[in-house]
Write a protein that binds this ligand. Structure first.
Ligand SMILES: [Zn+2]
Length: 283
């Protein structure tokens, strides 16, 4: 995920931001917003939301934490726990595409922990659904792969890092519905492709060979590009958005972390447990 270049995002922005801006900002972490001066009271926040017509929402693991889904970052959290548990060579190996190609077993041993099953949407998800019902949700750009948005009934959503909704064979490339590998995921097993590759006759019996390749959910692993949908949709949404709401994310993964900087000329509201880099407001 980190491999996406600064230019990928800059090409999509509604205004050109120089590479110097990015570098000086340290991956968009030190810019300051020009709008929504000191939103120190709730009334002002409510008024801002009510007056917006095209709200672009960016969400992260924080809005799913109350659903019982582990957050992915921080010491003692998902990656570090799994790395210790399976003695992995580095912290993010469990969701690094290069390591997955070598050994998909650790991912499938833990996939059931993050699989969207038996979880209920949080109040944050329902708030976004309310925006959609009010006709003011331009788009929800979620970094989460848990598809809780679907549980909440949100339709105007882009899964920036993919989701479990679809899966793909790493050998033959066939795409399948993610539900087809649900039983293997919940059992902690590596799902294999059952696509017929070859049929032949032996003694009047028709035999069939299956592909047998490892199936991978269509979630974006480290060192994989983001889905095209993200770039295509954001290009037009960035021109229309009149309010940015960032919820439950520390904005530490590019290119989603660049969005507040690209949209820095519209009002923005940051809702997170910890201070979000770039959310400081200076007059
Ligand atoms: Zn296959």
């Amino acid at each position: 995920m980190d491999r996406i270049s600064d230019q990928d995002v800059l090409n999509d922005s509604t205004e050109q931001v120089s590479n110097d801006d990015i570098q000086n900002g340290g991956r968009a972490r030190q810019f300051t917003t020009k709008t929504l001066e000191l939103p120190c009271n709730l009334d002002e926040v409510v008024k801002t939301i009510q007056s917006a017509k095209n709200i672009l929402v960016v969400t992260g693991a924080g809005i799913s934490a109350s659903c019982g889904i582990p957050t992915f970052r921080g010491d003692g959290q998902f990656y570090s726990t799994v790395a210790r548990e399976f003695n992995l060579p580095y912290q993010h190996a469990v969701m690094d595409i290069n390591y997955f190609k070598e050994d998909p077993r650790p991912f499938y041993k833990v996939a059931q922990r993050i699989y969207p099953d038996n979880h209920k949407a949080s109040l944050s998800h329902l708030f976004i659904k309310k925006l959609e019902e009010a006709g003011t949700l331009l788009r929800d750009y979620t970094q989460n792969i848990d598809t809780m948005e679907r549980s909440a009934g949100i339709e105007r959503v882009v899964y920036c890092h993919g989701s479990f909704a679809k899966a793909k064979c790493t050998r033959c490339g066939v795409e399948i519905d993610g539900r087809e590998i649900k039983s293997e995921i919940l059992a902690g097993e590596v799902p294999r492709c059952r696509r017929s590759q070859q049929t032949f006759n032996v003694c009047e019996l028709t035999c069939m060979l299956q592909c047998g390749g490892v199936i991978k959910p269509c979630i974006t692993f480290f060192n994989e590009p983001l889905p095209e949908e993200f770039h295509e949709t954001f290009q037009s949404d960035a021109r229309r958005a009149d309010l940015l709401i960032v919820m439950g994310t520390s904005l530490s993964v590019a290119p989603v972390s660049y969005i507040p900087m690209i949209l820095r000329n519209i009002p923005s509201i940051f809702i997170n447990v910890d201070a979000v880099p770039g959310s400081e407001v200076k007059a």
